[in-house]
Design a protein around this ligand. Structure first.
Ligand SMILES: [Zn+2]
Length: 483
């Protein structure tokens, strides 16, 4: 009897262990790389219920086993800055290794509507900040038309807000954070009427709600007053005054030739204990809406001293003249335009900098939408050799996950190739991965991502998008989830 009880209790204890050895999916024999712990070794990865359950050098059995010998197995890339949220953009992001793509720079005009529209329809994970520009437009009586993220230039962008209007903007942003906004998105260059005090007031709101501010700073000019140096000083100052965490988006295009100086300012702020981070995309041209306030009078100086012909319409390749510019700038149609304002020399200094995360600023019409991550792996890791593969992975997954942890504790399960982490995984060939998108063919997918897993579901299989799977889930802010 005692023997039987012993045997039964042994079974009771051991059966969960036995069943635990069967996984939904096993990635077998890949080069597993984790930027947080530095693991870089041949391992098998066992996945169950959307999680990485086991990483082992021993053989694992699974309902599906994918042999990934010769390929890198890394945390899926987390894009903090992605405007194109429709399915066509999601597909090219997935083929570029991205498992999470968030609209944080500007933010969606209506957080609840954004989250509802994507629920059950998303290939990859999604989320958004609360939009200062949209809240301002609403309070000024010109709410953004459906589908648009930036206001056309006008009083809502160019005029200072009264104290009452600032209070109303704050009320709107609080309700947007309650709806699940991950952060406060402030494209200050798109709302030049926002005073320094309005900026500080909103940083204070973000600090009070314990969410970071993502910001496109006021100007890219090289000339004071109104330089990029002054613009970066403004937001670092606002962070110091209020205690809000600050993320400066696309420091490449916001600071142009002064980007190395701007990076030293970020480094200095961090050395003084401020929570300031930044990002870059690996292209010499920017892109935005031509009827926005970014192109208000004085734009040429604010964009680093460029001319009309440095503005190019995507797809047609048309270089603008003054007449054509005036026509498009005054139009209510939100057309995008490429801005050739930067140099390869600047990028080559910015991208390898240890403070710089990779974020695409992806938008249809610009190759950065489809190619940013593969381009860094091809150009900087493989060709120029100025970034190690592990450091590139850190810039693409672990650093953005750490940044996101300021907004949601769910991010602590992302950006890591570790037991217990979410099974958001990219499997790629480091020897061949490359971007194929160009300014002429901006939606050409990257090549070299063999498999992509989103919450354990295979969305890229043998280099091809799997049809009809939508495992992408919302990432919502602390206020929305109450965590
Ligand atoms: Zn921007």
């Amino acid at each position: 009897m005692r023997k039987l009880i012993f045997f039964l209790s042994f079974l009771a204890v051991s059966s969960p262990i036995l069943s635990a050895q069967q996984y939904d999916l096993v990635l077998e024999g890949g080069r597993v790389m984790d930027p947080e712990t530095g693991l870089d070794a041949l391992r098998n990865v066992g996945i169950r219920d959307g999680k990485i359950v086991r990483i082992s050098s021993e053989a694992l059995s699974g309902r599906r086993v994918i042999h990934v010998g010769g390929l890198v197995v890394a945390p899926g890339f987390i894009d903090l800055h992605q405007h194109g949220q429709e399915m066509e953009s999601q597909r090219v992001k997935a083929l570029d290794g991205v498992t999470t793509a968030l609209e944080l720079e500007v933010g969606a005009p209506d957080v609840a509507q954004f989250l509802k529209a994507k629920e059950g329809h998303s290939l990859i994970h999604y989320g958004t900040s609360a939009s200062h520009a949209a809240a301002r437009a609403l309070v000024f009586g010109v709410p953004l038309p459906p589908g648009e993220i930036l206001p056309k230039t006008g009083p809502a962008t160019d005029q200072p807000a009264t104290p009452e209007q600032i209070m109303q903007i704050e009320q709107r942003l609080i309700s947007e954070l309650d709806a699940g906004g991950l952060a406060l998105g402030m494209g200050i260059q798109y709302t030049p009427g926002a005073t320094r005090l309005e900026v500080i007031d909103l940083f204070r709101l973000a600090a009070g709600r314990r969410v970071p501010v993502y910001t496109h700073v006021r100007s890219s000019s090289r000339v004071d007053p109104g330089s990029s140096i002054e613009s970066v000083s403004e937001v670092i100052g606002a962070s110091a005054i209020t205690g809000a965490s600050l993320h400066i988006v696309h420091i490449n295009s916001s600071c142009l030739r002064d980007a190395p100086e701007c990076l030293s300012m970020v480094a200095g702020a961090r050395a003084r204990g401020l929570d300031v981070t930044t990002e870059s995309y690996p292209y010499i041209a920017g892109m935005t809406f031509i009827n926005s306030a970014l192109f208000n009078p004085g734009w040429q100086e604010k964009e680093g001293g460029i001319s009309y012909s440095d503005l190019v319409l995507p797809n047609t390749g048309e270089h603008l003249t003054k007449e054509r510019f005036d026509e498009l700038h005054n139009s209510s149609a939100p057309r995008t335009v490429l801005i050739f304002s930067n140099s390869q020399e600047v990028l080559d200094k910015v991208i390898p900098n240890a403070l710089v995360m990779i974020a695409s600023d992806g938008i249809p019409g610009h190759p950065r939408n489809a190619g940013s991550y593969s381009r860094v792996l091809a150009q900087y890791v493989r060709e120029k050799g100025t970034i190690t593969l592990m450091d590139a992975l850190r810039k693409m997954s672990f650093m953005p996950a750490e940044m996101l942890e300021r907004s949601t504790s769910a991010a602590s399960q992302k950006g890591r190739l570790q037991e217990g982490a979410d099974a958001d995984i990219v499997v790629f060939d480091a020897a061949t991965i490359s971007d194929h998108a160009t300014f002429e063919k901006p939606m050409e997918p990257s090549v070299g991502v063999h498999y992509l897993l989103v919450a354990g579901t295979v969305v890229v299989n043998e280099g091809k998008i799997v049809p009809d799977v939508f495992p992408g889930r919302a990432l919502v802010g602390r206020s929305g989830s109450r965590d």
